[in-house]
Design a binder for this molecule. Sequence first.
Ligand code: ADP
Length: 479
Amino acid sequence: MKIALIASEANPFAKTGGLADVLGALSLALERLGHEIALILPAHRSVLRGDYALQDSGMTVTVPVSERQETATILTTTIGNDVTVYFIRADKYFDREFLYGTPTADYSDNAERFVFFCRAALEILNANPVDIVHGHDWQAALAIVYLKTQADRYRAIAGAKTVFTIHNLAFQGLFDQRDWHLLNLDSEFYRPQYLEFYNHINFLKGALVLADKITTVSLSYAQEVMTPEQGFGLDGIMRQRARDLVGILNGIDDNQWNPWTDPQISHRYGEHSVAIKVSCKNSLRQQVGLADHGETPIVAMISRLTSQKGFDLVEQCFDQLLQRDVQFMLLGSGEPRYEQYFRAASARYPGRVAVRIGFDEQLAHQIEAGADLFLMPSLFEPCGLNQMYSLKYGTVPIVRAVGGLKDSVQDYDPANRSGTGLVFTDYDANSMLAAIDRGLAVYRNQADWTGLRRRAMAMDFSWERSARLYSDLYRGLLA
Ligand code: ADP
């Protein structure tokens, strides 16, 4: 099949979160199954300044934005064997320091930027037709909308089937109704049945209504988005589309996240040499200024600092946690209130709490290799990747039973010596602390701890498995 993946981020070109990991790996995994893959991305500044052997395709596309015509040049490169990556280059839209906004505010022209991006993507495909158009998250949602509502403009792909993946329903691309003119859509689509959402324009909603199939990134999350608690106002639509809604758990990229081959960590190890992790732990301590407290376990977090990730719980019981014999390491960036809290916490507990504010890919690998326990107490979690990286690195995850966390970590059961991590259910600090305490108790028992880590490391989250499920879905649509 010829498949186009449209998204705003993909590893290694541009990344703010898990979306990028998925696109980078899924495109290659689908290619390995024999499909012909095109990946379409904006030419963000990180692309233009990176070292990616970009070629000028010679193609330019001109698209309507409101009353104007706007033009992009199309750059290309190849990843894997022959995945064509198309970059839509329009520097006034995408050559910016950040992808979506500064740390304090979204860019004010995001509606225009992603109207432009989606239309330009369809122009590329109109000249290079595919069987399947697969959009990801709100930034790509209008590609589905335009294909379904303005087919005469995109004739060569009018018959393509459409799939849309929700990586996080909390981000919907909500814009003021004054931006409606930018979309050049008939006013009949500015209604609650389509893109209107409480007097705003909702890009994501358009794709959820119009895509042939909708997927989300875990089985549990596919159920959860149909509930008022986790539907972010779109649960009604999700229930209406229940028959076309599929959950497919993300995989993890073995080339990037494998302690046996990882070039970014100080010592490499596998399931049967997990004792070597202690050397990684010592390197990590030295590097981030944690004291050499021998066997004291390190509890780590790597995350966007937002309430979604459960930081309110961590704050609530942080001092209680530090009454235990633990060290704590956080790598993250996001909401200033959390940044301030954790900076202050590291000052209060010198040598015991290390905090790095920022985005640091290499340090993320070193933490996965060096920490003992990994905390992910999310309020909601569509899939989550770090708990799977943690399993792979023998860093036992402590997670809340929600979304993809629930689907990928099995609670430790001392009676049967089964399970791969520690799981708690209620979104409350005491439940989380109880799970941490259970983890610390296993940590103190050498034999049980080794068994738990081995089971964790043996879990298979290969992209091949996930890619096959996408492939089956596409095939079903074309049948
Ligand atoms: P989300 O997409 O909701 O942010 P995921 O767990 O799905 O959460 O994916 C997060 C990805 O971003 C992981 O690859 C994680 O390692 C990475 N990440 C998050 N914060 C940082 C950071 N501060 N530095 C380096 N990597 C980070």
